[in-house]
Write a protein of this length. Structure first.
Length: 133
């Protein structure tokens, strides 16, 4: 008779009963699709990396023709964060909360105010071994 070690049984049980939200990533690092709502919807893509000093990154504003734009500052203490985006004028500010694979909060730039929501970007995996070989 084969015996399954108690530790293995406990691990399997913990993984099966773990809520899906606990499996979501708990870091701002990654690529995020955002929609800013200021009466019109403006899509943004944030590319954030975690460094020894905190967070750094770039952003794209595709509907405005802006790519690889500078993020001026990122402050984060989970679940709250503040991201200041370079715009060539007054910085745009995203202040919000991070919950697994979701972001939400308040957007401000000069006198403009609105909200934003976002989700961690899911990369499409290219089929390996296809094309060009």
């Amino acid at each position: 008779m084969n015996r399954i070690p108690a530790a293995l049984v406990a691990l399997v049980f913990a993984l099966v009963t773990l809520p899906a939200s606990a499996l979501a990533q708990d870091t701002l690092a990654g690529e995020w699709d955002l929609v800013i709502d200021v009466g019109q919807q403006i899509p943004l893509v944030l590319q954030l990396v975690e460094t020894d000093e905190g967070f750094d990154g770039k952003y794209d504003a595709p509907s405005q023709g802006g790519f690889d734009l500078e993020i001026v500052a990122i402050t984060a203490e989970h679940p709250e964060f503040k991201i200041e985006l370079f715009t060539g004028g007054p910085p745009a500010v995203l202040e919000g909360t991070h919950d697994g694979d979701k972001l939400s909060g308040k957007f401000t730039q000069a006198t403009a105010e609105g909200t934003f929501t976002g989700a961690r970007k899911v990369e499409e995996k290219a089929a390996e071994g296809e094309g060009g070989r």
